[in-house]
Design a protein around this ligand. Structure first.
Ligand code: RB5
Length: 143
């Protein structure tokens, strides 16, 4: 399983720490984010991650920015991306079970790193439930 990770300047520390954690669990990680805390524009890294997920160059994506909203808004401009913002473990689980999010977005400035781990584990460890949720996500794409 190959996971692409992107971040702006607000998520550098969490990106590196999560990459290390995921590598320890046997996941291959690909770094799409900035590696410095110098201010940068989140769409510049969100779009390449979205394209990699859509093309199958990575299986899933994880994104960090300060609130998570800029990343989610940018990623969700891509037709085959369902980027879900999660800030606790239960939402991390539901964003896979109900929304089949193929990119997990977290607000680096508003949750402790321990929550990042719990959310990521919940998301990776859950399965999409299909059924009525499939019907709903089928109605999401742009009109
Ligand atoms: C950067 O200051 C901040 O705007 C960004 O990380 C993110 O929160 C935007 O949605």
């Amino acid at each position: 399983m190959k996971i692409g990770i992107c971040n702006d300047h607000a998520g550098v520390d969490y990106k590196f720490r999560l990459m290390e954690y995921l590598s320890g669990k046997g996941y291959e990680t690909v770094n799409f984010g900035t590696d410095t805390t110098e201010s940068m524009d989140y769409p510049d890294v969100a779009h390449p991650l979205a394209e990699a997920v859509e093309a199958g160059r990575v299986d899933l994506g994880i994104a960090f920015c300060g609130t998570g909203n800029g990343m989610a808004m940018s990623l969700n401009k891509h037709r085959n991306i369902r980027a879900g913002l999660a800030w606790n473990e239960e939402i991390g689980k539901l964003v896979k079970q109900h929304n089949n999010a193929n990119v997990l977005v977290m607000p680096a400035r508003f949750i402790p790193f321990g929550e990042v781990i719990r959310i990521t584990d919940a998301w990776l460890g859950s399965a999409f439930e299909g059924g009525r949720h499939q019907r709903r996500i089928d109605k999401i794409p742009c009109r």
